[in-house]
Design a protein around this ligand. Structure first.
Ligand code: PMH
Length: 385
């Protein structure tokens, strides 16, 4: 094993495949899953997740940054990759060279393009209500389409939009967005362009509107086995399996007495004789400092309260009894029938599940399991895998 610290993330690749297959089977009319692996695969590891989903049948990937797309190419991923974010026009030729698809929504962007020797594949992004990125004006749409038509090295392959509220069960904006998007698609048709690939749904859209006519849905959070929102848990047509877990091992165990305090600021004071364990994970690993208030860690199948302040590299827990140094401590995951989920951590930190695995820093090695066997480890500190 190529890491020397006692804290690691485990990614269950079988669960990712199961989530993918369930979503794919749920979709109708030939719609396929574009796997979204931006932000290091939502913290799970973009390369390993990409490789695994491609082996499982995914034939299009989505990322946020050109850098993320190039990293996947360098890793040997050959399927089309769409960059969902804005890429400076001076880097478009780089994208073309790597066969990476870019998102376009500004006419000035097209005009700033330098000559490319290879064709550049583009997807038009329409803003239908998110007001983040995208064309939100018909005249701008016409201008862009005409500019693309005049440039033979540009291949307009796709058109897409993004839902702002598909994870809310009762939202008028979803229908408004759908109708605005279909107006834009009609406009494209009138201008003589029918994109090969239309995509709109994120996880929530894919799960709630499987019949919506589109070639792809861009699926992120549910691929990793997490629900797009709490309210959506009630309408999930299949169960999602959380692929992410986070573990550590106790590096020190000691007994303290009444009046003894723990960690910086001496905020926790023992009222009796207590066993305290040191867990080598801290806020520099992305374990939120504010989690100290209510957080627990599982040790030998017991919920152990985090006591005192979370430090940069370590935190302290109260143990039910003396346990050995080296005993496993689970921060996210299961132990003896008890579980701490990503959703539990998110709720206790007043955030969404998306944020939690993304926050676990590159300092924490990732190990990848298939059939309960480790098939790969990734330690970005030593840059090995
Ligand atoms: N498409 C785009 C353009 C996105 O920004 C995202 C997620 C997805 C698809 C996948 O969505 P899902 O994970 O809900 O399936 N983007 C973000 C974001 O910007 N903040 O949180 C999720």
């Amino acid at each position: 094993m190529q890491f020397y610290r006692d804290t690691w993330v485990e990614v269950n690749l079988d669960y990712i495949k199961e989530n993918y297959v369930n979503i794919q089977n749920h979709l109708q009319g030939g719609t396929k899953v574009m796997a979204i692996v931006k932000a290091n695969g939502y913290g799970h590891g973009a390369q390993q997740v990409a490789k695994h989903v491609v082996e499982s049948g995914v034939d299009y990937l989505g990322v946020a940054l050109l850098d993320e797309a190039i990293a996947l190419r360098s890793y040997g991923i050959e399927v089309p990759i769409l960059v969902l974010g804005w890429v400076a026009p001076e880097y478009a030729s780089k994208a073309a060279r790597y066969g990476i698809t870019l998102t376009v929504f500004q006419n000035e962007w097209l005009q700033a393009l330098e000559e490319t020797s290879q064709p550049l594949t583009l997807h038009l992004k329409f803003d239908t209500g998110m007001n983040r990125l995208g064309i939100n004006d018909e005249n701008e749409a016409k201008l862009i389409i005409n500019t693309i038509k005049q440039n033979p090295s540009l291949k307009l392959e796709g058109a897409f939009s993004h839902f702002a509220t598909a994870d809310e069960l009762d939202s008028e904006l979803v229908n408004q967005q759908m109708s605005r998007f279909s107006n834009y698609l009609s406009l494209m048709k009138k201008e003589g362009i029918t994109p090969e690939i239309v995509h709109f749904g994120n996880s929530a859209g894919a799960i709630r509107f499987p019949e919506y006519e589109q070639q792809y849905v861009r699926v992120g959070i549910s691929l990793y086995g997490l629900s797009p929102s709490e309210e959506m848990k009630e309408v999930l047509p299949f169960s999602l399996k959380q692929a992410f877990s986070l573990h550590s091992r106790l590096t020190h165990v000691k007994q303290i007495g009444p009046g003894d305090t723990v960690s910086y600021g001496a905020t926790y004071e023992a009222s009796e004789k207590e066993w305290i364990g040191t867990v080598p994970i801290g806020y520099a690993d992305g374990w939120p400092r504010r989690y100290a208030d209510k957080g627990h860690v599982l040790v030998e199948g017991h919920y152990c309260k985090i006591v005192g302040r979370i430090c940069m590299d370590q935190l302290l827990i109260r143990l039910p009894y003396k346990v050995d140094v080296g005993t496993k401590a689970t921060l996210v995951g299961e132990q003896k029938g008890l579980e701490i989920t990503v959703d539990d951590i998110a709720m206790q930190n007043d955030t969404i599940n998306y944020e939690i695995p993304c926050l676990i820093s590159s300092r924490v090695p990732r190990i990848y399991k298939k059939n309960n066997v480790i098939i790969e480890t990734m330690n970005q500190i030593l840059n090995n895998s």
